[in-house]
Design a protein. Structure first.
Lengths: 330, 193
């Protein structure tokens, strides 16, 4: 039986007996029963009135019951909103480099393509401008030249490579789709297991081919590019057992080129490893570099230097993960 | 609070409601819990203050009081704690008004419940025999009241009607009778063992 029913007068029978038995071991209940019995009468209205008063009371929070937890939670949310909105306004309206950041659909991007400058391309250009270019002896194996890093630019390197920038895939995809569509001239299948590169060009005999990078441009737009090398050259890096279709310069070519031309005797440890992640922008340049693992700073700097001066990369979808290990066996 | 939310909260147990309140610090949650105890709180206030209006005001004052004083820790007996707070508040009111009221504290009559198993529900033949014997040793009023209450499952109001005893006497006979039975059964079973 409900206690309220008992109070309202239902005090006979087995149900009432059960409640009273319960009260013999429940001090609170027994005290309450004694109170109603002492006064007597009908208490239904009293209880209804009390419930009404309590409901009214709940709408007014007593001064002492200040909810610090709720207050600070709300304050934190407001603060985050202010920071978020403020940051957004700054990014949209106050661009110090006078670059236009376009946010829109693909059609708008295509129609205004001339006005659009990819942020990362700009960064790469600026990055290049800071590095003094020195004419180096042309490597017979490759057309690519590189320059030494100026010590004064060390800080810039560190800053540029120590942070990662999230890929704005939609924006990047729209640029790739509407801008520089590179048509492969020759495509061939490479079997890494054999560790032998097949011929890329059908017109030049294999034995006459040298390692070279060929680029054809019309009005600044690349229409043809491919990288060739001698058939007997082995590819030390790359994923074994995987067939890859190469359209030009890519990870494998870079790794081989790097290994052959890097500074020797760097990194004190017998083994050093750097893992990087980057994408190829519309101009065929590595961009949005992110260093995922680095056990030797010297190696990292060397890789970045080579990436910066690498030839135009073939367009590849998605980010590239590249692992470079060196073993200093002394 | 939306009606639908209130409906869902009303299904929560007292412990769950208390936990929700301790987590969310929402006064409306605690008010739902307190509403369930209003009959208890009001009854105790009536017992000590002996005045409906004063007792009703005390119920609302105690709501504010427990809201502030509610302990933070888990696993505490809210009902027991609330009873103590209510009694304390009522005694404070009495002291303030300088009433020389004689407050009858009857905790002494509330024996340890665990013993009264053989009286409420005898399990063995020994217990049943001891109970049957001990009931015969009780004074007549206590014997009658115990018999009607425990054997015939009659309520206080029923026993008042049947015997003509006053309500407070019926309660007194039953409580004293239990005490006497306990002493008798303990002696009996110990002698048997």
């Amino acid at each position: 039986m409900d206690f309220k029913e008992y109070i309202q007068g239902n005090k006979y029978g087995k149900s009432a007996n059960q409640l009273e038995r319960e009260a013999l071991s429940d001090h609170f209940l027994q005290d309450a029963i004694d109170g109603y019995d002492a006064i007597g009468g009908d208490f239904s209205n009293d209880l209804n009135e009390l419930e009404k008063r309590l409901r009214k009371k709940v709408n007014v929070v007593p001064e002492q019951a200040f909810n610090y937890k709720k207050f600070f939670s709300v304050a934190a949310v407001i603060l985050l909103l202010i920071i978020g909105i403020g940051g957004g306004i700054y990014l949209v309206f106050f661009d110090k480099n006078d670059l236009q950041t376009f946010v829109g659909n693909k059609d708008d991007v295509a129609s205004q393509s001339e006005d659009i400058v990819a942020l990362d391309a700009k960064e790469i250009i600026e990055f290049d401008e800071l590095i003094p270019f020195e004419e180096a002896e042309a490597d017979p194996k490759t057309d690519v030249v590189f320059s030494e890093i100026n010590d004064n630019e060390q800080a810039f390197y560190d800053e540029a490579t120590s942070t990662s920038i999230e890929l704005e895939t939609e924006y990047e995809a729209s640029i790739l789709e509407n801008e520089m569509k590179l048509e492969p001239v020759v495509a061939t299948t490479i079997d890494d297991n054999a560790a032998v590169r097949h011929e890329v060009s059908e017109t030049v005999p294999v034995e006459d081919q040298a390692n070279s990078f060929y680029v054809d441009e019309i009005d600044g737009i690349v229409t043809d590019q491919h990288f060739t090398q001698k058939e007997t050259e082995t590819i030390p890096y790359g994923e074994a057992g995987e067939e890859q279709t190469y359209i030009g310069f890519g990870t494998t070519e870079f790794l081989q080129y790097f290994e052959e031309n890097r500074k020797q005797n760097i990194c004190d440890d017998s083994k050093a490893e750097v893992v990087i992640n980057f994408v190829i922008d519309a101009q065929g340049r590595p961009s949005r570099l992110f260093v995922k693992k680095n056990t030797c700073d010297e190696l990292r700097k060397e890789i970045i230097k080579f990436l910066n001066k690498s030839p135009q990369w073939s367009q590849q979808k998605g980010a590239i993960d590249m692992t470079i290990e060196i073993n200093n066996w002394n | 609070m939306a009606p639908e939310s209130t409906k869902n909260l009303s299904k929560l147990s007292n412990e769950e409601l208390l936990q929700e309140f301790q987590t969310m610090q929402d006064v409306s949650l605690f008010s739902i819990l307190y509403q369930r105890y209003i009959p208890y709180v009001y009854g105790v206030c009536l017992k000590y203050l002996e005045n409906r209006v004063v007792a009703q005001d005390a119920v609302i004052d105690i709501f504010e009081l427990v809201l502030i004083k509610l302990p933070d820790y888990e696993d505490f007996n809210f009902k027991r704690w609330l009873h103590i707070v209510v009694k304390g508040h009522c005694l404070q009111i009495i002291e303030k008004e300088k009433k020389n009221a004689f407050v009858k504290i009857e905790e002494g009559v509330m024996e340890n419940d665990s013993f009264f198993g053989p009286i409420d529900n005898p399990q063995t033949k020994e217990e049943l025999d001891a109970l049957s014997y001990c009931i015969t040793t009780l004074p007549e009023e206590q014997r009658k009241s115990i018999h009607y209450f425990y054997i015939e499952n009659k309520s206080y109001a029923d026993i008042v009607k049947m015997t003509g005893f006053a309500l407070n006497l019926v309660k007194s006979y039953i409580q004293n009778g239990r005490s006497n039975l306990k002493n008798c059964i303990v002696k009996k079973l110990n002698i048997s063992n």
